[in-house]
Design a protein around this ligand. Structure first.
Ligand code: MG
Length: 157
C-alpha cells in the first residue's frame, strides 16, 4: 500500500467554464488554466503520482506543451493512471476536499463523485468528495480562486 497527497489552486475568472472532477458546473466564473483548469482532477493526478513517487503533474504535463491547451483534464487523469499502472500500482480509494466560496458545491457532489469513480475505475463507495468554503477568509474565501486537496491509496496491481 502507498499513500499520496495532492493539492492545487486555480484562479476564478470570467469567460471560462467551471469544471470540477470532470463535471461541468453552471457558474458565471470559471477556472483559469492552460488545460480546462479542473483543479480537483489536477489534485487527484498529483495524489496518484505522489503515491507512486512519480513526480508531479507539472513534470508530466507542462503548461508550455500545446498538446494540453484547453485539454479536458480527464485526459490528464487517464494518462496519469497509465503511468501509475505501468509502475505496478492501482488505486484503492480517493478522499478529496474542494474549497470554494462560490458556487455552492453541495448540489454537485454526487455527480462529481460518480464521475471520479468512473474515471478511476472504482466503485463510488471508494470515492469521497467533500465541499468546504473558506469562511470568507483569504483569496479562496473571497471567491477569487478554488482549491482542492486529494489523498489516494494505491496497492500493488
Ligand atoms: Mg492545476
Amino acid at each position: 500500500m502507498r499513500v499520496g497527497l495532492g493539492y492545487d489552486i486555480h484562479r476564478l475568472v470570467r469567460d471560462r467554464p467551471l469544471r470540477l472532477g470532470g463535471v461541468d458546473i453552471p457558474s458565471p466564473l470559471g477556472l483559469l488554466g492552460h488545460s480546462d483548469g479542473d483543479v480537483l482532477l489536477h489534485a487527484v493526478c498529483d495524489a496518484l503520482l505522489g503515491a507512486a513517487a512519480l513526480g508531479d503533474i507539472g513534470e508530466h504535463f507542462p503548461d508550455t506543451d500545446p498538446a494540453f491547451r484547453g485539454a479536458h483534464s480527464s485526459r490528464l487523469l487517464a494518462a496519469t493512471l497509465d503511468k501509475v499502472r505501468a509502475a505496478g500500482y492501482q488505486p484503492v480509494n480517493l478522499d478529496a476536499t474542494v474549497v470554494a466560496q462560490q458556487p455552492r458545491l453541495g448540489p454537485h457532489k454526487a455527480a462529481i463523485r460518480q464521475r471520479l469513480a468512473e474515471l478511476l475505475g472504482l466503485d463510488p463507495s471508494l470515492v469521497s468528495i467533500k465541499a468546504k468554503t473558506n469562511e470568507g477568509l483569504d483569496a479562496v474565501g473571497q471567491g477569487q480562486a478554488i482549491a482542492a486537496h486529494a489523498v489516494v491509496l494505491l496497492k500493488e496491481a
